[in-house]
Design a protein around this ligand. Structure first.
Ligand code: GDP
Ligand code: GDP
Length: 460
């Protein structure tokens, strides 16, 4: 029922302003390093009682003016691919520019739904621009002023069709399979059909000197190599094809980043912009730690970023060849991971040596496992049996004298698993209780190493 909208458009049309308007609260910044402060996470947006996820592409275009075009394109394409609908924003005061045309072309090529938004349309100055926008061929533009909050009702109406109806057929199907026994968790969990011929997108991220380049070189070396930019695309290619045990993968191409790093004498600082790009590219992220100095602040920040971006995570403990007391180190690190990273509880910790290549097979095995979990879909009937049992065990507290009632739950989306619960007073349900539900879901359905989402909706 929930859907994802990407905000697309050239710089300065007001994408960030719209994003902030939709999300309605201050967005936590990933890092306070100058120049990267505008990188944002997807936000939970709300217009009226329409809830959806919004992906902001603003800010990224500023990361590297030298390759502005390519990066903007890659970023925009990634956002469009991920979203159910694109909010294509133009500046009504300026009218349609050649760069806008360029974006229009891109959107048309992808062929996914587009809602054209003419921003800065307050007052009369924007009228001509709104009319001009018709010419882009995406139908009637929705005239808004992100800054002044005008036109939100029209935007609501334009987005309403993307709210997928309650998945009735699915619920009905689930109802029929009554013989499923709740306790036998595993059997009843359906994975989204995963097409083994479709490459899985993987990014290796981590602090400078963790050993990312070494690992990737080792992976791409030997006979596993299947390199090269995809046919026809050279400059804009952001991934390298790789095959492991007959499964295709796309590895985020850090080669470009490496080249840059060498020029600027090895970056001391973690580039949050680059990390974010890699994370957003990926379906599964390998966070590489230097096992000789693990879980430093930046490691935790990256893990948190991965969780907020909704990706599945595997942690590689690199330079394991340097560790002496391996058993104790492993136990310590496991304890730290559980304590410091509750948002991806159960995340696999895989000792490897990028230098020698040991551990890579296990890393890939675990990676496939979390990819499966990330794609997992819990059937509605099972979910509601679980909810009933959970509520009985530990009902929501009464708030201002009245009990908050939870009635029904579905998982409309995987990648990552996203749940919706219908609640008599969503705003009154304490966050601790939401956490309790999420932990329960994680436990009961084996949803480890992936971030989970839970949205509360008003419903009787
Ligand atoms: P982005 O580059 O697309 O993220 O654009 P920003 O959100 O940073 O906005 C660019 C500029 O346009 C800022 O100075 C905003 O204050 C301004 N702006 C955004 N929305 C509106 C609007 O609805 N009306 C007017 N007049 N200005 C706006
Ligand atoms: P990046 O900045 O994350 O790409 O890190 P590099 O791949 O450049 O590696 C940083 C340093 O760690 C280099 O001196 C590597 O030789 C070393 N290194 C990488 N992987 C391993 C490993 O598995 N074991 C050991 N002992 N050293 C490693």
């Amino acid at each position: 029922m929930s859907f994802t909208a990407a905000i697309i458009g050239r710089p300065n049309v007001g994408k960030s302003t719209l994003f902030n308007r939709l999300v309605g609260s201050k967005i936590a910044l990933v890092d306070d390093t100058p120049g990267v402060t505008r990188d944002r996470r997807p936000g939970e947006a709300k217009i009226g009682d329409l809830y959806f996820t919004v992906i902001d592409t603003a800010g990224l275009e500023e990361a590297d003016p030298a390759s502005l075009q390519g990066r903007m394109r890659a970023q925009t394409e990634a956002a469009i691919a991920e979203a159910d609908v694109s909010l294509f924003v133009i500046d009504a005061r300026v009218g349609v520019t050649p760069v806008d045309e360029h974006f229009a072309e891109l959107l048309r090529r992808v062929g996914k739904p587009v809602v054209l938004v003419a921003n800065k349309a307050e007052g009369k100055v924007g009228e001509a621009g709104v009319l001009e926008a018709y010419g882009l061929g995406f139908g009637e533009p929705v005239a808004i002023s992100a800054e002044h909050g005008e036109g939100m009702a029209d935007l609501f109406a334009a987005l309403l069709p993307f709210e997928r109806p309650e998945e009735e057929e699915e619920a009905a199907e689930d109802e029929e399979s009554d013989e499923i026994i709740f306790v036998e968790g595993e059997e009843e969990i359906a994975e989204e059909p995963i097409d083994p011929a479709k490459p899985i997108k993987v990014a290796v991220v981590g602090r400078p000197n963790a050993g990312k380049s070494t690992l990737i070189n080792t992976m791409l070396g030997e006979d596993r190599l299947l390199t090269g930019p995809e046919a026809g695309i050279t400059r804009d290619s952001i991934s390298v094809d790789w095959i492991w045990r007959d499964r295709p993968f796309k590895l985020f191409d850090t080669a470009g980043l490496r080249k840059k790093a060498r020029v600027e004498t090895k970056l001391e600082k973690l580039s949050v912009g680059d990390t974010l790009r890699a994370v957003r590219f990926a379906e599964v992220v390998v966070l590489m730690l230097d096992a000789t100095m693990p879980f430093e602040k930046q490691d935790l920040q990256i893990a948190d970023l991965v969780a907020r971006e909704g990706r599945a995570l595997v942690i590689a403990l690199n330079k394991w060849d340097l560790i002496e007391d391996r058993q104790k180190t492993m136990a310590d690190l496991r304890e730290m991971a559980e304590r410091l990273l509750p948002q991806v509880r159960g995340v696999p910790l895989v000792p490897i040596s990028g230098l020698t290549g040991s551990g890579i097979d296990r890393l890939m095995g675990d990676l496939l496992k979390v990819y499966g979990t990330w794609n997992r879909r819990v059937p509605t009937a099972a979910l509601n049996r679980w909810l009933a049992a959970t509520l009985e065990h530990h009902p929501p507290p009464a708030v201002s004298g009245r009990r908050v009632k939870l009635r029904y739950m579905t998982q409309p989306k995987s990648r990552p698993p996203t749940f919706v619960a219908f609640c008599s007073r969503p705003e009154a349900l304490p966050e601790a209780y939401t956490r309790y539900l999420l932990n329960g879901l994680r436990e009961s359905f084996g949803l480890t190493a992936v971030p989970l989402r839970l949205t509360l909706r008003k419903g009787e």
